[in-house]
Design a protein around this ligand. Structure first.
Ligand code: ATP
Length: 242
């Protein structure tokens, strides 16, 4: 099912609300404008009227998923493929949830789980893609941002991107159900923005420095530090180029 609306607080909240009374088939929500779009840990996601794609999907899982982290990475790859199919080139992925172009953020992904992630749960998959922002709108974002218009050097149809996105996302979720992130690991690594680079990691107030040596089959980040390779998982970790 596909729901579109003019304005809503957050498409992640809307899709949850709408799919609560439905049979469990996948529901997609799109909004022209989010009044309180969010990123991780309560951060704000900027989505001005008509300038972005704000889309959320509800994916109901009955038997738990091996790794939500891996799912977040696989979704990033699905977004990247939809963008490539619409002419975008040189796009990269930043662990765990960003799509970048020349170091600037083009798209962000936010996964939220309702229920028991090891059993029955709803995974809400939120995707924000910048289509065409004004210079002022870009400046208002706290970090370098870019839109698809600049990446492609021309106007890109939001409808074309959305239909491709529904396609690539559905395929990816099917694949993930059967093979987990292991199916996507090699491909994800090809697009890893920080691969082989010195990075700083901040995890639960702890800071680490090391070389990004890839991701494991669950989607955990592998960092080679002076004391060996460490795995970083999950929501409380921020990765920055050193
Ligand atoms: P992390 O690397 O830890 O995920 P992050 O800064 O990328 O950190 P997210 O929660 O992924 O954090 O995304 C929210 C951040 O993204 C905001 O704080 C803002 O800096 C940036 N942002 C918000 N809206 C947009 C947008 N439309 N385009 C690009 N970047 C945005």
């Amino acid at each position: 099912k596909l729901h579109t609306c003019f304005s809503t607080g957050s498409t992640n909240d809307l899709v949850k609300e709408l799919s609560d009374d439905e049979s469990g088939s996948m529901t997609f929500c799109l909004a022209e404008h989010q009044t309180s779009g969010r990123g991780r840990r309560g951060r704000t996601w900027v989505s001005p009227f008509g300038s972005t794609i704000s889309m959320s999907a509800n994916w109901r899982i009955s038997e738990g998923t091996a790794s939500l982290e891996g799912l977040s990475l696989a979704v990033g790859l699905a977004v990247l493929k939809a963008l490539e199919a619409n002419g975008a080139r040189n796009i990269e992925l930043k662990w765990p949830n960003d799509v970048l172009w020349q170091g600037r953020k083009l798209s962000g992904i936010l996964l939220e789980v309702h229920g028991d992630p090891t059993g029955e749960c709803d995974v809400i998959i939120g995707i924000g893609i910048n289509i065409k922002l004004s210079e002022d709108q870009k400046k208002g974002i706290g970090q370098p941002a870019v839109d698809l218009h600049e990446v492609c050097g021309k106007t890109v149809s939001r409808n074309a991107v959305v239909s491709q996105l529904i396609n690539t996302l559905s395929h990816t979720l099917d694949g993930f159900t059967h093979g987990g992130f292991a199916l996507y690991r090699d491909q994800w690594s090809e697009y890893d923005a920080f691969r082989g680079q010195e990075v700083n990691i901040e995890a639960a107030g702890r800071k680490e420095k090391g070389v990004n040596v890839g991701v494991n089959e669950q989607g955990g980040l592998l960092i080679k530090t002076e004391t060996g390779v460490k795995v970083f998982n999950g929501g409380e970790v921020s990765l920055r180029k050193s």
